[in-house]
Design a protein. Structure first.
Length: 599
C-alpha cells in the first residue's frame, strides 16, 4: 500500500466526509464551488486556505480568512475585520507543516482532521507491498491484478516471501510423513505390510518430487524476474553493475570500502567532496557517450581527460556544470540534482523511470539528453550544451524584453518542440514491463527552460527539462513544491494545472507558452501578482490584455495571445501546433518575411 493522506471533515455540514490523496496535490479549500474541497459553511471564507500534499507530507497556508484558521486550536492565520478579503490576499501568510492526527479548524464551526498512512512493506524482507487493487507508481492497471499475501500473524508479505514460506511448509509436511512411514515400517512385519509401506513410500516420494518441481518452478520464475531486472539495470546504469562484490575501490581516493547501494562508487568521505562527486558522475555519464563510438571503458586514459570547466548556474534542486572532453574539445552540460529527503531504491527507480523519457525525445527543438543516472545519492542528467544560455538570461541582457521578431523566432521553434513532445511515441517502463505511450507533458514550460544554441540574433531554440521537475517530486525526492523554487513556477501555470497538477494535459503547456511569449514581448507577467499572494492570484486572477502592457504589439497578434491565455471555462488554445499557426497568420508581412525559416 503506497503512502496516502486522508482529510476527514469532523465538524460542520459535511461531517463524516473523507477526502483521500495518494499523490501530489495542491488544494484550495473554501466555500467557492471551484475549490478542490468545498465546505458549505458560512464561517468558511470563499478561498479560505491552500494545502500542499505530497504523501505523507502536508502543509497549510491561510489566505487571510475572516474567521481564521486554527491548527490544533491555535490560530495560524486571520485578517482583521476592518481589512477586506481583496486586501488580505495581498499579504503573504506563513506555511505550517501538518502531522498525523492534527485538526484544522476553518472558521467557527468547521473542522478537518488529518490522517496519514505510510507505505506498507513486507514483514519479512522490507520491500513495498502492493494491495490487490493497487499498481506501483500510479502506472496503468495491468490485466492481472497482484494478489495480497499475509504471514501467520496477519502481516502483509510479498509474493516471493509467500512462496518461500509455502515451500518450507510443504517440506515440513513431507518430513513428518517420512518419519511416520519409517516408524510404521519398523513396527509392522510381514511381506504384505512391507509391500503396503513401499507403496506409501513411493507415494510420498512422488509428492516430494511434485513439491520439488513446484519449488523449482517458483525459483525459476523468481530468477527470471531478477535477471530481467538486472538486465534493465545494466542497460540504464552500466557502471554500477560492473562490480557486485561486497567491497569496491573508491573512484575518488582508491581505498576499498563497502557500498551501501549499487550506485555507490565513492566512499563516504569522497561523496562529501563536490569535485570528486562530479568526477564520478562524469565517469558514468560521459562513458555512456564514448563507449558505443570508441569502445573505451570509463577507466581509460581518454576518460581521465574529461574535466569540468565552470558552473553555469544553480537552482532549487542543484547545479549545472559545463564539462569538456579535452581530446575533442566537445562541451556538454551536466545537471546535478540533490534530493531533499533520503533517496531509497524505490524513489531512485521512480525518478529514473520518469527521467528516462527525456532520453527518448529526439527533435531539433528539444535539448538532447544523453544520460540520466544516480551516483552516491546524487542524481545527474547529461545533456547537450546550448552556448546561448536560457531565454530569461537573454532577456536580462536585452533590457528585460525582446524585439517582436526575435521573441517570435524563438517561440515558434519552442512550439515545434512542444508539438513534437506532445505526440511523440515513447516507451514507458511500468511495473509489469515496457509499454508504449503517446506524448509527454512538460508541466514547467517558461523562458528559463528555453535554451539558445548560440548567441546570434536568430538562434536555434530548444526546450529543456521535459518532466524532470515532475519526476523529482513524484519520486518523493522533494518534500514540497514551494513558491520561488526551480521546481515550481506558478506564474507560468494556468489555473487548471494548479487545481489538478497530477493530471495536467498538453494544453497547460500551450497556456504556459502563451504566458512566456507575453513575458518575452513585454517584460511583464500576464497576471499582476505584485503585492498579492501568488497562488491565489494565479488561480483566481485574470490576465491583463497584452496591449495594456505595450500598445505597440500588433492588434491581430495581441488578440491571438489574449485568446491563448483564456482559462475559463477552458484553455483557449488546445495544441502547440494550433497556437503557432494562429501566431503566423497574425504577424505583419515584414515580420513573416524575416522569419520565413521557422514558419
Amino acid at each position: 500500500m503506497p503512502s496516502k493522506v486522508i482529510l476527514k471533515v469532523t465538524k460542520g455540514a459535511l461531517a463524516g466526509k473523507e477526502f483521500t490523496y495518494f499523490g501530489k496535490e495542491q488544494l484550495f479549500v473554501g466555500r467557492q464551488e471551484d475549490c478542490a474541497i468545498v465546505l458549505p459553511d458560512k464561517s468558511v471564507s470563499r478561498y479560505h486556505c491552500m494545502m500542499e500534499i505530497t504523501p505523507p507530507y502536508v502543509t497549510v497556508r491561510d489566505f487571510g480568512s475572516l474567521n481564521g484558521t486554527f491548527l490544533n486550536g491555535e490560530k495560524i492565520g486571520q485578517r482583521e475585520r476592518s481589512v477586506s478579503a481583496e486586501d488580505a490576499q495581498k499579504e503573504r501568510y506563513e506555511e505550517f507543516d501538518l502531522q498525523d492526527g492534527n485538526t484544522l479548524g476553518l472558521g467557527k464551526h468547521c473542522e478537518l482532521t488529518l490522517h496519514t498512512v505510510l507505505a506498507q512493506c513486507c514483514a519479512d524482507c522490507g520491500e513495498e507491498v502492493l494491495e490487490a487493487n493497487e499498481v506501483g507508481n500510479g502506472a496503468t492497471t495491468p490485466d492481472e491484478m497482484p494478489k495480497a499475501f499475509v504471514n501467520e500473524k496477519g502481516e502483509p508479505i510479498c509474493e516471493a516471501c509467500y512462496l518461500k514460506r509455502e515451500a518450507e511448509k510443504r517440506e515440513e509436511i513431507l518430513d513428518v510423513l517420512k518419519k511416520a512411514c519409517i516408524k510404521k515400517e519398523k513396527a509392522e512385519t510381514g511381506r504384505m505390510e512391507k509391500s503396503r509401506l513401499e507403496r506409501e513410500r513411493l507415494q510420498v516420494e512422488k509428492e516430494r518430487k511434485e513439491a520439488q518441481q513446484c519449488r523449482a518452478e517458483a525459483k525459476q520464475q523468481r530468477c527470471a524476474a531478477e535477471e530481467k531486472a538486472r538486465c534493465e539495470a545494466q542497460r540504464k546504469r552500466p557502471e554500477e553493475m560492473k562490480n557486485q562484490q561486497a567491497d569496491k575501490k573508491c573512484k575518488g581516493c582508491g581505498r576499498q570500502f563497502t557500498p551501501k547501494t549499487p550506485d555507490n562508487n565513492l566512499c563516504p568521505q569522497c561523496a562529501e567532496d563536490r569535485d570528486k562527486l562530479l568526477r564520478a558522475m562524469l565517469l558514468q555519464a560521459l562513458g555512456a557517450i564514448l563507449e558505443p563510438m570508441q569502445k573505451r571503458s570509463v577507466d581509460s586514459p581518454t576518460m581521465q581527460r574529461f574535466r569540468k570547466v565552470k558552473r553555469l548556474g544553480a537552482g532549487g534542486m542543484g547545479e549545472v556544470w559545463l564539462v569538456q572532453e579535452e581530446e575533442t574539445g566537445k562541451n556538454y552540460a551536466l545537471k546535478t540534482m540533490l534530493p531533499q529527503v533520503a533517496a531509497d531504491e524505490h524513489a531512485k527507480k521512480s525518478f529514473l523511470r520518469e527521467a528516462h523519457l527525456g532520453e527518448t525525445l529526439t527533435h531539433k527543438n528539444v535539448i538532447r539528453v544523453y544520460k540520466t543516472g544516480c551516483e552516491s545519492g546524487a542524481f545527474f542528467i547529461l545533456m547537450e550544451l546550448c552556448e546561448g544560455g536560457s531565454v530569461d538570461k537573454y532577456m536580462e541582457r536585452c533590457g528585460g524584453k525582446l524585439p517582436l521578431d526575435v521573441a517570435t523566432y524563438i517561440m515558434l521553434q519552442a512550439l515545434d518542440g512542444l508539438e513534437y513532445a506532445h505526440h511523440a511515441n515513447i516507451n514507458v517502463e511500468c511495473e509489469d514491463g515496457i509499454r508504449q505511450a503517446t506524448g509527454v507533458v512538460h508541466r514547467d514550460f517558461k523562458p528559463g527552460n528555453i535554451f539558445l544554441a548560440d548567441s546570434s540574433k536568430y538562434p536555434v531554440a530548444k526546450v529543456a527539462d521535459f518532466g524532470f521537475a515532475k519526476a523529482f517530486e513524484t519520486a518523493g525526492l522533494s518534500k514540497h513544491t514551494r513558491t520561488g523554487t526551480a521546481a515550481a513556477t506558478p506564474v507560468f501555470q494556468p489555473r487548471q494545472q494548479i487545481a489538478n497538477y497530477k493530471y495536467a494535459k498538453p494544453e497547460v503547456d500551450v497556456w504556459a507558452a502563451a504566458a512566456s511569449y507575453y513575458n518575452m514581448l513585454t517584460g511583464y507577467l500576464p497576471k499582476d501578482v505584485r503585492g498579492k499572494d501568488v497562488w491565489i492570484e494565479m488561480y483566481t486572477g485574470m490576465p491583463v490584455p497584452i496591449r495594456r502592457r505595450d500598445p505597440k504589439i500588433p492588434e491581430k497578434l495581441a488578440a491571438v495571445i489574449d485568446h491563448a491565455l483564456v482559462e475559463i471555462p477552458e484553455i483557449g488554445v488546445k495544441s502547440a501546433g494550433e497556437f503557432k499557426s494562429q501566431i503566423v497568420k497574425a504577424l505583419p508581412l515584414h515580420i513573416r518575411h524575416t522569419l520565413r525559416g521557422v514558419l
